[in-house]
Design a protein around this ligand. Structure first.
Ligand code: ZN
Length: 113
């Protein structure tokens, strides 16, 4: 599960709340001041969000090499639990690959964290 936040989504949510207050007409001096302070707070949130650095991120897939006995090759073969690609290092003596060459899944045992 990713802990990254979407800047666009945060801005959308703030804008949504801001628009609710923007249309609010206070009945007295205190409610007008309250509206002004709330909108000021939202504007500050927007400025802070704009200053947060961004990064292109992709969700990491987690998988494992699953074994399967092949009658044709009379040998044990390993394939990716995510996409089915064969382990490129099987039968090379290098041990299992740590990433799937096709889908990029990290071979750390699957989705459980
Ligand atoms: Zn794969």
């Amino acid at each position: 599960m990713s802990d990254y936040l979407s800047k666009a989504l945060l801005k959308f949510m703030i804008d949504k709340h801001k628009s609710q207050y923007a249309d609010f007409e206070g009945e007295n001096k205190n409610s007008k001041l309250r509206k002004k302070l709330i909108l000021k707070g939202y504007n500050e949130y927007e400025q802070i969000i704009e200053q947060i650095p961004t990064a292109d991120v992709a969700e990491v897939k987690h998988g494992k090499w699953e074994s399967e006995w092949s009658i044709i090759g009379n040998a044990l073969y390993f394939h990716c639990s995510v996409c089915g690609e064969s382990d490129p290092w099987q039968h090379t003596g290098r041990g299992p690959a740590s990433y799937c060459p096709r889908c990029g899944a990290k071979m750390d045992g699957g989705e459980e964290e």
